[in-house]
Design a protein around this ligand. Structure first.
Ligand code: ADP
Length: 398
């Protein structure tokens, strides 16, 4: 290329490299191509991996004189197929006898292969209706443009591959974390069970009845804990893989909250609860799952805010209901709040029983309803969980 081409070459190369987003890069390349090459229509075609079939029209642009981009893209596919089959450029000029007044019936077509080190990956087709013909210098320029398109497609492919690898790695890391945490969590109660059982079985010691009962009590509690842990792990895995179906039906939220409160009070004798609502809203929800969320919040209030009163309010805000579940317990330091709904997360220093799965499961359930759960907390004053549930339930396809 001669020196006069250098600014164009530079502009194209910059358009290819300066944008991080692939689509935006393609748009800026197109803008430069329009200013350095005369055409009415331009279409880009790409091939499915390792096939010679055109599977995707990556770009189609009509710049004024003529037909719609869509129609021309379909029409250019024939030339693109030829370019790809022959792996070389194709120039097509209208037959002289077809010359007439209508420029649209006289396309001058230039098709060029898009090549990378992997071979041919597609084609670019330019059309000029009614000419002018492509000069050798212009064809060379078009070839240069084609190399820039090829570089862009290559980059797109590499970016997609990197993203796929990164997500595979994240999954692997999550699985490794999960295994490490779960084996630790399972070992702790198992250690207690094994230790106390071995102690009780020792032949050289006679335990009095009270001690025996105390040890058996611990074994019993730890076995329950183990059971709960396994249930929670299975449940969170099912929720995460969407294999736990929700059964949506009309649910009276006030009744559901009251029933769950009564059950929880039977379990946690010191639990004081104030219900702060008069409305009787009906929403579309899975009552068993929503009750499970509330039970978990009661269980947490009992564990982490023992003796502190709980109050629950219910208000309608536009098309959803908001449940505010507050305790007047010790609260949670602000720095830990963002992690609270993560799998296995427990506030550091937590000693009592727990797996850090409860709030994770709550979040999954609320989100499966198309709702949201969040937390607010003030040290020394208490913690509030806020649940927003859409009245209509989750929209199909959400
Ligand atoms: P678990 O109770 O099994 O540890 P959760 O996911 O239910 O797991 O809770 C995560 C952590 O959030 C708990 O370990 C606790 O540190 C903190 N937490 C939850 N609810 C409260 C509460 N009402 N008051 C203070 N801290 C809480």
């Amino acid at each position: 290329m001669s020196e006069e081409h250098i600014p164009d070459i530079l502009a194209l190369a910059e358009a290819v490299t300066q944008k991080s987003d692939w689509k935006e890069a393609l748009d800026s390349v197109m803008a430069v191509v329009r200013s350095v090459f005369l055409f009415d229509n331009l279409s880009l075609y790409t091939l499915e991996n390792s096939s010679s079939e055109i599977t995707e029209i990556a770009y189609a642009r009509a710049v004024g004189r003529g037909q719609s981009a869509g129609a021309d893209a379909a029409w250019g596919a024939e030339i693109a197929s030829r370019v790809i089959a022959q792996n070389e450029l194709v120039v097509q000029t209208p037959n002289a006898h077809e010359a007439n007044e209508n420029r649209l019936t006289q396309p001058f077509v230039l098709g060029l292969p898009l090549r990378t080190y992997e071979g041919i990956i597609g084609a670019v087709v330019f059309v000029r209706f009614g000419g002018p013909e492509y000069t050798p210098a212009q064809i060379q320029r078009a070839q240069y443009i084609a190399t820039q398109f090829s570089a862009l497609f290559m980059r797109k492919k590499l970016t997609e591959e990197v993203a796929a690898l990164a997500s595979a790695r994240r999954l692997l890391e999550m699985q490794e974390d999960f295994l490490a945490t779960i084996s630790h969590e399972l070992r702790t109660p198992l250690g207690f069970i094994k230790g106390y059982t071995t102690t009780l079985l020792r032949k050289d010691t006679n335990w009095d009845e009270e001690t025996r009962r105390e040890f058996l009590q611990i074994i019993d509690e730890e076995a329950d804990h183990l059971n709960e842990l396994i249930e929670n792990v299975l449940e969170s895995a099912r929720l995460q893989s969407n294999t736990l179906p929700m059964r949506f039906q009309p649910v009276r939220l006030d009744i559901l909250i009251r029933d769950t409160m009564i059950r929880s009070q039977a379990r946690y004798k010191n639990l004081q609860v104030r219900l702060d609502f008069a409305t009787a809203p009906t929403i579309n929800a899975d009552s068993v799952r929503i009750a499970q969320v509330l039970e978990n919040l009661f269980s947490n209030a009992n564990k982490y805010a023992p003796g502190a009163p709980v109050s629950i309010s219910l208000t309608q805000i536009r098309d959803f209901y908001r449940i505010r579940f507050s305790d007047a317990g010790p609260g949670i330091p602000a720095e830990y709040l963002p992690n609270l709904f993560q799998r296995f997360y427990r506030v550091p220093g937590q000693t009592g029983s727990g797996s850090g799965l409860g709030l994770f499961i709550c979040k999954q359930i609320i989100e499966a309803h198309g709702g949201r759960i969040s937390v607010e907390s003030t040290l020394g004053r208490g913690t509030t969980f806020i649940i927003d549930l859409p009245i209509a339930g989750k929209n199909p396809g959400d």
